[in-house]
Design a protein around this ligand. Structure first.
Ligand code: 9Z3
Length: 319
């Protein structure tokens, strides 16, 4: 096993922009509670599993980050992601025996709830003769399975959910998670499926109040979000197994971009996907080749096969 994060140090410019990002970000609400929950989760899962070996822990990031345009935020820029990939992947990681820290966008798709329709939720229920609430017969199998699987994951201490909305919250919580996972060494994994903003408005240069349309057209300069993947690999959790995602709309540049991300950020695996086909097709890019993964039909999840491949890669890394 080789951490493979290179002996090279982080460029000073990057370290400075990362420091400035965190120093100027608005304070994270509830950070001591998050820290407490994380510590308890890691402590519980760093003791050996029933089979004797240490438990593998994965941080799954899921959903898109927002970029607020005003401190008392009315308007924001959003990133495309429903959170379906992260939620589905969490279920398959739990099934493979991993403990999962599910770092997700508030209100995005949740593990074990993927089949519950958002728009017709009430169609799942009916009132019994005594006015009790019952799940309709037609949906009972799916609901029973979801409740059973979810409760098992929670009872076994395999699932910790941490929410974010803005890019500030996301990166602050990701750093806390990574630093608390550091003692797990190579048993830790990062599966970075969240769609993370590349540009943002620094807090101190952001309008305090709602921007007034009466002031005319809006000119705004966005700063670049510092590349935290390098920080994750080199400083926060250097031994962890890291998988990032690359989303493109142009198939001609997808693999080239995924390859660049592997090399530039020292990722162990990059999952490449195209906007037009991402729900049913992904390419798992590793340092010894690419694996195409497609879902068999509209009822099967592409994540099932993909997670098997990633778990296998992680096992090889542990060897
Ligand atoms: C992805 O590529 C995910 O697969 C999707 C999943 C966001 C497409 P959904 O949540 O969608 O199931 O609706 N995530 C990474 C997107 C991203 O922002 N990647 C950055 C990039 O491509 C690198 S971190 O440059």
């Amino acid at each position: 096993m080789d951490p493979g994060n290179g002996s090279d140090v982080l460029p000073e410019e990057l370290t400075a922009s990362v420091e400035s990002f965190f120093d100027t970000a608005p304070p994270l609400q509830g950070s001591s509670l998050i820290s407490h929950k994380l510590q308890a989760f890691i402590d519980r899962n760093s003791k050996s599993s029933e089979g004797g070996g240490p438990v593998r822990v994965v941080c799954v990031t899921s959903g898109g980050t927002t970029v607020p345009l005003e401190q008392r935020c009315v308007r924001y820029i959003d990133n495309f992601s429903s959170g379906h990939r992260g939620a589905a992947s969490t279920e398959y990681f739990v099934k493979a025996g991993y403990a999962v820290i599910f770092l997700h966008r508030r209100g995005s798709c949740q593990p074990y709830c993927r089949y519950l329709p958002e728009d017709s939720f009430l169609d799942f229920f009916e009132l019994g003769e005594d006015s009790s609430i019952q799940v309709c017969q037609s949906h009972s199998t799916i609901v029973k399975k979801a409740i059973g699987d979810y409760q098992n994951a929670v009872e076994r201490g395999q699932l910790l959910k941490l929410p974010f909305t803005t890019i500030f919250e996301y990166l602050q919580v990701l750093r806390m998670v990574a630093i608390s996972m550091r003692p797990l060494g190579s048993y830790g994994m990062f599966y970075l499926a969240a769609a993370v903003s590349d540009f943002y408005v620094p807090w101190e240069s952001m309008a305090k109040h709602k921007i007034q349309s009466s002031s005319g057209p809006l000119d705004m300069r966005l700063s670049q979000v510092p590349k935290m993947l390098s920080m994750l690999r080199k400083e926060w959790a250097p031994m962890a197994f890291c998988i990032s995602f690359k989303l493109e709309t142009d198939g001609n540049i997808l693999l080239q971009k995924a390859d660049m991300a592997m090399k530039k950020y020292h990722m162990h695996v990059v999952v490449a996907n195209l906007l037009a086909t991402y729900k049913r097709e992904v390419i798992v890019v590793t340092d010894n080749g690419c694996i195409n993964v497609c879902s068999q039909d509209e009822y099967s999840d592409v994540e099932e096969e993909m997670i098997k491949i990633l778990v296998d890669r992680h096992s090889k890394y542990l060897e």
